[in-house]
Design a protein around this ligand. Sequence first.
Ligand code: ADP
Length: 454
Amino acid sequence: MVVTGPAGVPLLTMALRVEHDIFVVRQRGREVAAAVGLEHQDQVRIATALSEVARDLLHSVGGAQVTFVLVDDADGRRHLRVDLLPVRPLPGGRYEPQSGAVARLVDKLGVVTGEGDTVVRMSRRVPATAEVSTPERLAELRSELERNAPGSALDELAAQNAQLIAALDEVRSQRDELAVLNEELAETNRGVVALYNQLTEELEETNRGVVALYAELDEKSAQLRAASESKSRFLANVSHELRAPVTAIMGLGRLLGDSASDPLTAEQARQVGLIRSSAGDLLTLVNELLDLAKAESGRIEPDWSEVDLRPVFGQLRGTLRALATRPDVELVVEEPPVPATLRTDEVLLAQVLRNLLHNGLKFTERGEVRLRAERRDDQWSLSVSDTGAGIPPELHERIFEEFYQVPGATRIGGTGLGLPYARRLVTLLGGALAVSSEPGRGSTFTVTLPVGGA
Ligand code: ADP
C-alpha cells in the first residue's frame, strides 16, 4: 500500500488479487470518497462502480493495482480519480463494464493509455466546498486512510445493506413526495378548468352583449341616416318651394319702385326698399340651404378635369376686388407656383375659395386678406388668411356646424351656412378644410387637396 504527496499524487494504492479484495476495494473506495468530501450518495456511487469494475477486472485479467488520486482539471475543479492498472493486458486493449449502468454512477469511466500503461480510469467531481486542499490536511488524510484497516467481507456486506436500506428509504420518501405533488397538481388542474369554464361563460355572455349592442347600433345608425336624409329632403323641398314666392316678392318690389309705376311717397319708397332687401337676404338663405341640402344628399357630382390654378386665382382676384371696399384692408391673391395644376372640379373649388375670401373680407377691419397656394409632395394646400378678429379655439369646430355664428359677429350678416357647405364640397373633392385662428390676430382657413383628385 503506497500513500504519497498532495493533489496529483496518489492518496492510496492497493492490490486487487483475490475475490475478497473486491470488498476491500469497495470499502476503501467509500472511505477515500468520504475523506475527500464527497457526499454520502456519491460515496455509495463511486464505491459501487469500483466494486463492479474490480470484479470485472479480477475475472477477465486476474486483478489490478488500484490507485486513488486527487486531481485538478484545467478549470481548477477537483476530482477524485481511481486508476485500475490491470495485471495483464486487457483483451483487445478494451474494457466494457458487464453492467452498462456502472458508467452512470461516475462522471467519467473509460480506458486510458499513457506512459506505456493502459488503465481503466473513473473519476467523480469533488464539491468545491470540500476541504482537503492544504498539504497538511492531505498528509493527515493519507495517514488516516493507512490506519483504517480494511474490515471483513461481512462488515462490508453489512455496510452495503445499510446503504441499500438508506437508498430504498430515499426512494420511498421521493415517491411519497411525488404522490403529494401529483395530488396538488390535480387540484390545481381542477381549479384551472373551473376558472377556464367560468371565463368561457363570461366571454360568451359578453359576446352576446356585444352582438346585441351592435344590432342596436346598426339600427340607430339606420335611423340616423334616415333622419339625415329626411332633413336634407325637407330642406331641399322647403327651400325650393320658397324660392318662387321670394323671387316674386323681389320682382313685385322692383315693379313698385319702377319709374313707370305710380310714384310712391318717400316713406312708401323706403318701406318697399326694406321689403326688397329683406327678400334679397331671404333668397340668399334659401339658395344656400338648397346648395347645402344638395351637397348633403350626395346629389352634387364633381366634374373632374385638369385645372390650372392660375386662371382660377386670377378670376377670384378680379371678382372679389369689388367686395374689398374697406380702405384699410388689402386683398392679396398670390401667384400660384408652377406647375399649378391639379385634378378637381374648377367650379366647386372656386366656390369654396370665394366663400373663404368673402368671409375674410367680411371679418377683417384692417390689414389684409391673402390667398396663397403651396404644393407639398402630392398635395396642394390653399390657404386664406386674414388679420381680422379671429375665432376662439373652442369654437373652431362649431363654426362648421349649420347656422352657427360666433356671438358678437352676427351684426355683419350672413347665414352660418357658408363654412359647412364649403367643408362638404372640399370633402367631395377628396380634401379637407381646417382652420387655425387666434382671437385678435386673425384666422387662416386651409384647403388641402390631392393633386390627382379624389
Ligand atoms: P356666415 O359667414 O354666413 O355667418 P359661415 O358658415 O361662413 O357663415 O361662418 C360661420 C361663422 O364663422 C361666421 O358667422 C363667423 O362668426 C365665423 N367666421 C367665419 N370666417 C371667419 C373669419 N375669417 N374671421 C372670423 N370669423 C369667421
